[in-house]
Design a protein around this ligand. Structure first.
Ligand code: PMP
Length: 376
């Protein structure tokens, strides 16, 4: 009898413990998410960093000048809610009214706002199967249904796949991580055939020789063109991205931003970003240098036994004829040469190599020539 009582008491205690455990298990309140995984930011003194499509050259001297003369007293005050002088500088540069420009904390912020603002019909949003891996993450975060039409065997977007009912469209042009450009006429056809949904063209890499759809925003009310200062303007660390579109779309983006966080662009970012846009000469010369290095890199990669779709961006998406991408990726990593490898269907035998300086590319190619010598 006593044994049974003891047993009951023990079970009651266990139940009580379980109750405590249950109420303190906070994870049941958590959102189930699989976040975007950014490329690593290693910190070796001797590293060659070609893994996150940053610009190897410093930002314009005008940015330094702005930072050196910045009056800290300005930081007492809140900044303009819509990017102030930065928005105006972008509007002036592209010849549009400032009411047609939306700025954000990098183009990731602008794109996330676009998903929130424009993909609410309940119908499926479309983006390619191989593309910027943040799109499905935002779609899941904002409960947006989506479908991913496959790129063709040459990694080209098939425009006809987007001539159907949908809840919105988003794709990068040039695409990432392939670097492949869609001709502007095809972009326009996708936009014009989808007047009932918003089409977002993510032009993160457009400045490296591709054709921008920005001018088409004067003509189409359903087009949003998104660009960034992270690549062609060497300002990944500042975090500036922007969208150009018809006023009604920009008004909607601002309304969504102001329902979440009004002051996204701080005073330092606004001033430094504006200074960068105004230095067109430096911008053009930097882009030109990278394009030249990229074109030379294509020749060398070809000689080393790599194949790749033609890139119009600041990276090349390359596959070796006899050695696996994973093996090369790991061999490079050991030498502190960092490129990007995606272990994903269809692209797990490719390396995405950011175009660095000529010196950085030479170190990469010298190593590859030696490593691949006996393996071909
Ligand atoms: N779009 C594409 C296609 C990208 O590759 C990137 C860079 N990761 C971005 C947008 C975002 O860049 P950022 O937020 O630095 O402007």
């Amino acid at each position: 009898m006593q044994g049974e009582q003891l047993y009951r008491q023990k079970m009651l205690r266990l139940d009580a413990d379980e109750g405590v455990r249950k109420t303190t298990d906070l994870s049941k309140n958590f959102r189930k998410i699989s976040p975007y995984v950014a490329g690593e930011q290693p910190k070796f003194a001797d590293q060659i960093k070609l893994n996150t499509n940053e610009n190897p050259y410093p930002p314009s001297d005008k940015v330094t000048e702005f930072l050196e003369n910045f009056n800290r007293d300005e930081l007492k005050l809140y900044p303009d809610t819509n990017g102030g002088e930065l928005t105006q500088a972008i509007a002036d540069y592209y010849g549009v009214d400032a009411s047609r420009v939306f700025v954000g904390v990098g183009s990731d912020d602008v794109l996330a706002m676009c998903f929130m603002a424009f993909f609410n019909s309940g119908r499926e949003v479309l983006f390619p199967d191989i593309t910027y891996s943040f799109y499905p993450v935002w779609a899941n975060l904002f409960n947006v249904k989506y479908r991913t039409p496959a790129l063709d065997e040459n990694f080209k977007i098939v425009k006809e796949d987007y001539f159907c009912e949908n809840g919105g469209i988003v794709f990068p042009n040039p695409n990432a991580p392939t670097g492949v450009e869609m001709p502007l006429a095809d972009v326009e056809e996708i936009v014009s055939r989808n007047s009932g949904s918003v089409v977002i063209v993510d032009e993160a890499y457009v400045d490296f020789g591709a054709h921008s759809a920005l001018e088409l925003t004067n003509k189409y009310k359903n087009l949003v063109v998104v660009q960034t200062f992270s690549k062609s303007r060497s300002l990944a660390g500042l975090r500036v991205g922007f969208a150009v579109a018809d006023n009604a779309l920009i008004k909607q983006l601002r309304a969504v931003k102001d329902s979440y966080n009004s002051y996204t662009i701080n005073r330092i970012t606004a001033g430094a970003g504006a200074a960068a846009v105004k230095d067109d000469e430096y911008f053009k010369s930097t882009v030109e240098r990278i394009v030249k290095t990229r074109e030379n890199a294509k020749n060398t990669l070809w000689e080393l036994g790599f194949t790749f779709p033609d890139s119009k961006s600041n990276f090349i998406f390359a596959s070796h004829k006899s050695v696996s991408a994973k093996e090369i990726f790991e061999a490079l990593r050991e030498k502190h040469i960092f490129v990007r490898y995606f272990n994903l269907p269809r692209i797990d035998n490719y390396l995405r190599i950011t175009v660095g300086t000529d010196r950085e590319m030479k170190i990469l190619f010298d190593f590859l020539a030696e490593y691949l010598k006996d393996k071909a």
